[in-house]
Structure formats: C-alpha cells, structure tokens
Ligand binder design. Structure first.
Ligand SMILES: NC(=O)c1ccc[n+]([C@@H]2O[C@H](COP(=O)([O-])OP(=O)(O)OC[C@H]3O[C@@H](n4cnc5c(N)ncnc54)[C@H](OP(=O)(O)O)[C@@H]3O)[C@@H](O)[C@H]2O)c1
Length: 282
C-alpha cells in the first residue's frame, strides 16, 4: 500500500454534478492509491492562472471537462499522439514541470464497447454533438471501421471542423453533417449522445429516436447519484452503455497516468464495477 497522497483534480464548468471526487475517493481503498482530489470551477477565462496555481500546489495531474477540452490545448507543453489526433484533452499529467495532454475518454469508450461486445465495423453511426466527447466517439468509431458517422450538431462550423479533420485521418469512413434536429439516417444502428442534454437541460425529442432491433445507445451524460438511467437511455430496446461506466473507466485510465501504476485489463472491469456499486450506496 502506497501511503503518499496524490494531488489531482478537475477543471471546467459547471462542476456541480461532478462525480469525479467520489470516484477518486472510492478508488483509494480499492487500488491503494490515496488521492486528494479538488474541483476548480473555470469556464476558461484566466485558464493560464488556474494552471499556474495547479503547478504551484504540486498536483500530479488533472482532468478536464466541458467547455475546456479543446481550449486547453494551446496551454500544454506536449500532447499524446491520441489526444493530438482527436483534438481534445480530458486528462493532463504533470511531469517534470511539464503539462502533458492525454485523452482517456477514447480509452474509456473502447473499454466499454469491448465489455458490451459491440464492434463499430461496417455500422452506420449517429453522434449528437461535436465537442470533446463527440470527437472521442468519432475517433473510436472510425478507428473501429465504422461505415458512416453522421454528426448532428447545432453549430455547423464546429461539426464541419470535426468532419474535415476526421475525413482526412479516416478515408474509409464517411463523415456526414446533419442538422441537430434532423432525423437519423435510416440505416443507423449506433446512437451516441455527446451533448449535455439530459444532464444539463432536458433531452430534446429528436434524441429519443429508436433505431432497429439490436441498436446500440451510448450516453456520455450520467445521473449524479449513479442510480437511475439517464433520459437518453430510458426505454431502449437494444444494448446501452452508460455515462457512469465511461466516467469511471476514464478516471481509472487517468489514475494510471497520475500514479504511474498500470491497471491490468481484468482489474479494470472489476474496479469499475466496485466503484459503481460504492457510488450507488452514496
Ligand atoms: N461520462 C463521461 O466520461 C463523459 C466524458 C466526456 C463528456 N461527458 C459529458 O458529455 C457532455 C458533452 O461534453 P463535451 O466535453 O463534449 O462538451 P463540449 O466540448 O462543450 O461540447 C458540447 C456539445 O454539446 C452541444 N450542446 C450543448 N448544449 C446543447 C443544447 N442545449 N442543445 C443542443 N446541443 C447542445 C454543443 O453544440 P454546439 O457546438 O452547437 O454548441 C457541443 O457540440 C457533457 O455533459 C459532459 O459532462 C461525459
């Protein structure tokens, strides 16, 4: 058992429903790593000052949430190849005074798809949103050989940026932009909510669309008590992946970066389930 405390935390806004402090607290007795985990609410104004404070206080690293996953990139000294390709950072390791950006959301999605036995190969996929979570999802779907990824977003400019970058990286996957309120393409069988809707703001009716039998529904949002199904996942006839599983997996992958201790594939699923059950007990 390692007794020294690892300083870490989360930056972004809003953080009022964040479960990350409870996840890292639950992780301590299970993994042996003791964390002191702080929340620093910031929407990006004065981000440089926030980062100086974090470095002064000797944090080993920190997680990044909306709306900073893309905005933080110019402030970093280095990017992992994965986060550079995705264009979004959700975990920063501080090593030898340098800020190193990573993307553990992609790793979390990959672990969750694997656990659910879902392969994107050849499938037509819908993503609502075009921010950091959507980029992570598009990356995993295209890396896994998805046939088409339809991006439904309010801001066409943001969707266009995602589509152009990813089309270059993944010439075998088609990327298409659709209006946020457009119905999904008929052949779609993978549906991903990468907006805050259902967690912050009520779920828009167009996101309640049901695909054919056997479709997969993945929600990045999560219930702050980790107990009930989020609105996006309610009444689905198909496989579902919850934002809680993604959140815990990304925290475990982030913990590997901050502590320098890898977690085996078998322990990863076990720890995720143990932490989820602790969160549910309150
Ligand atoms: N479970 C997890 O591990 C996990 C991981 C990552 C993210 N998340 C959650 O996923 C959500 C998205 O995070 P993010 O980092 O991708 O945020 P982000 O980079 O700020 O992107 C947010 C996206 O949602 C869209 N959006 C926001 N409000 C909307 C509304 N009222 N109606 C329609 N679209 C709206 C935005 O559209 P515009 O471009 O048009 O503004 C944008 O595409 C957040 O709730 C976050 O907490 C969870």
């Amino acid at each position: 058992m390692n007794n020294s405390r690892i300083k870490a935390g989360l930056i972004g806004s809003p953080l009022k429903k964040s479960l990350s402090p409870r996840i890292f607290k639950a992780l301590s007795p299970l993994s042996g790593e003791k964390y002191s985990y702080a929340l620093l609410e910031t929407d990006g104004a004065g981000l440089g000052q926030t980062l100086k404070k974090i470095e002064r206080e000797g944090w080993a690293g920190f997680n990044v949430t909306l709306p900073l996953k893309e905005k933080i990139i110019p402030f970093l000294d280095a990017l992992s190849p994965g986060s550079e390709a995705v264009g979004a950072v959700n975990a920063v390791r501080i090593k030898d005074g340098k800020l190193e950006g990573h993307n553990t959301d992609t790793k979390a999605m990959s672990l969750a798809l694997q656990e659910a036995g879902c392969r994107p190969r050849g499938r037509e996929c819908v993503i609502w949103g075009a921010g950091g979570a959507a980029r992570a999802a598009a990356w995993i779907l295209a890396s896994g050989g998805a046939e088409t990824v339809h991006i439904h977003n309010r801001s066409v400019l943001r969707a266009d940026g995602l589509m152009k970058g990813f089309s270059r990286m993944f010439p075998r996957t088609k990327f298409a932009i659709r209006k946020f309120t457009d119905p999904p393409a008929a052949a779609s069988t993978v549906f991903i909510n990468a907006t805050p809707l259902g967690m912050y703001g009520s779920l828009a009716d167009n996101l309640r669309f049901n695909g054919p039998h056997g479709s997969l529904y993945l929600d990045f949002t999560y219930d702050a008590c980790a107990r009930s199904l989020t609105p996006f996942l309610q009444n689905r006839a198909g496989k579902t992946i919850s934002g809680i599983d993604l959140l815990i997996y990304q925290a475990l992958k982030s913990s590997e970066l901050y502590s320098g201790r890898p977690i085996t594939a078998g322990d990863m699923v076990k720890l995720k389930d143990q932490i989820k059950s602790r969160l549910r007990k309150g």
